[in-house]
Ligand binder design. Structure first.
Ligand code: NAD
Length: 443
């Protein structure tokens, strides 16, 4: 079923959503704090304002994005005019994770509405306060037949996945991504999978070490390391390791103080399960800084690990928490066996002043996206696609791409009748050379 394709209805819906999310901004910020002490600054920066900006940009561009797009016709079809019509898929299911629970539910939702779909959103059960406010906003803004929020955990997600959808947009872990892909295959439903991975961060001898340390610490410990594109582990040239580690420690203290537990800017691990998993990753490792924890509110301080061996647990799975292993390398050739032992990551970062080295790394490894001399910020440019490759995901979104992702692009050729070149029609006798020539000239 195709829902409201009327562009004015879509715009009204988005405008209404804009008003409602602005009205509830303080409640969302509080819910994020109640769920895992997400600092208000991070809640505004990475969640609420992000969504408000996205709504405004979508409203500004929706007419342009929704318009049939003229494309250059093929001369083989002469005379014709060719168009891409953007058509809603129909019924869309969005399943969101807990780490940016508001942003990652609403960002795809905005695009799905803009593209004219009917949407069901399932927020994460691990952030119950945010889930409740998401449900409240959606309930207040939309007709149930247009957009509905279904709260709940795994069972609810599986019940939803058992239904037939026209598109599924999933953000979460690789393991659940596979479950979603399997369920989607049952009805040949197209999917976007926004997953995770082990993101390398390389620092070579030529890097501006002080600034690199600042940007690495920011990208790693924002949201207490619970960011899909956070650097997972560092690969540091051995000659600058001691100096860089010194700067990393300084930056942690500058950002969160000597005791991050009392910093208002440092969130908690989402739940007991993930907190225990983090502590298990630290077992028998050499800690350069941090390692303090508190079971009461699932606190784990920003932690630097020294040279964990590659067969240790911490180097086998996505960390997704405030632990940063520092590994050193001697020669460029030492990087490959480490980076390539993992599935293609969602992001890769390289800190260097050596342009050739940076280009070599970019060309050599497959990864979703990344930065030279910074972390995370590729996420912020709406003109860049955001998504993984291989096990870190299928498909990409942001900006106009999000609108396109939730639209079927219907290709239509409008042929004129004033001329009809006869070469293609049977009988073919004597026409082979002409068709060969035509194909050569016009394709
Ligand atoms: P998750 O896969 O455990 O859960 C995500 C969603 O799937 C939740 O809504 C959950 O209820 C649902 N779910 C859980 N188990 C399910 C099952 N068996 N069947 C159906 N649905 C199920 O992920 P998470 O812990 O919420 O998020 C962390 C992971 O997400 C990390 O791996 C991280 O890298 C990744 N992530 C990726 C992005 C991205 O944009 N690529 C963004 C954020 C998080």
């Amino acid at each position: 079923m195709i829902f409201k394709t009327d562009i004015n209805y879509r715009k009204q819906s988005l405008l209404k959503l804009l008003v409602t999310v602005q009205e509830h901004e303080a409640e969302i910020i509080k819910a994020l704090y109640d769920d895992f002490k997400k600092p208000a600054f991070e809640a505004v920066f990475t969640e609420t304002e992000y969504i408000i900006t996205e709504l405004k940009q979508t409203l500004k561009n929706i007419n342009k994005w929704a318009k049939p797009e003229w494309v250059l016709p093929s001369l083989l079809n002469f005379p014709s005019t060719d168009y891409l019509y953007k058509e809603p898929f129909g019924k869309v299911l969005i399943i969101a994770p807990w780490n940016y629970p508001y942003q990652l539910a609403f960002s795809p939702l905005i695009a799905a509405i803009a593209a004219g779909n009917q949407v069901v959103v399932k927020p994460s059960e691990l952030t119950p306060n945010t889930s409740k406010i998401i449900a409240k906003i959606i309930g207040k803004t939309f007709d149930k037949n247009h957009v509905e929020c279904v709260e709940g955990g795994t069972e609810v997600a599986q019940t939803l996945l058992a239904q037939r959808w026209d598109y599924i947009f999933f953000t979460g872990s690789v393991a659940v991504g596979k479950i979603v892909a399997r369920a989607a295959a049952e009805n040949l439903t197209p999917v976007t999978l926004e997953l995770g991975g082990k993101n390398p961060c390389i620092v070579d001898e030529t890097a501006n070490l002080k600034l690199a340390a600042k940007r690495i610490i920011w990208g790693k410990f924002l949201n207490a390391g619970q960011t899909c594109i956070a650097p997972d582990y560092l690969l540091v040239h051995q000659n600058i390791k001691t100096k860089l580690v010194g700067f990393l420690k300084e930056e942690i203290i500058l950002a969160y103080g000597e005791n991050p537990e009392i910093s208002p800017d440092y969130p908690r691990i989402i739940n007991e399960k993930n907190w225990s998993r983090q502590l298990a990753l630290l077992e028998n490792e050499t800690i350069l800084l941090g390692g303090q924890s508190n079971a009461e509110d699932f606190y784990l301080s920003p932690t630097l690990l020294d040279e964990p061996s590659l067969d240790r647990l911490v180097m086998q799975e996505e960390i997704f928490g405030p632990i940063l292993p520092v590994l050193s390398y001697e020669r460029e050739a030492d990087l490959e066996p480490i980076i390539s032992r993992y599935e293609k990551p969602l992001s890769l970062y390289i800190f260097t002043e050596n342009k050739t080295f940076a280009q070599k790394v970019i060309a050599k490894y497959a990864f979703g996206g990344g930065c030279i001399n910074d972390t995370l910020i590729h996420f912020a440019n709406k003109r860049l696609p955001f998504g993984g490759v291989g096990h870190s995901g299928i498909g990409a979104y942001h900006g106009k791409r999000s609108f396109d992702l939730f639209s079927h692009h219907k290709a239509v050729v409008k042929k004129a009748n004033w001329l009809d070149i006869p070469t293609r029609y049977a009988p073919y006798q004597g026409k082979l050379n002409s068709i060969k020539k035509l194909l050569k000239w016009f394709s």
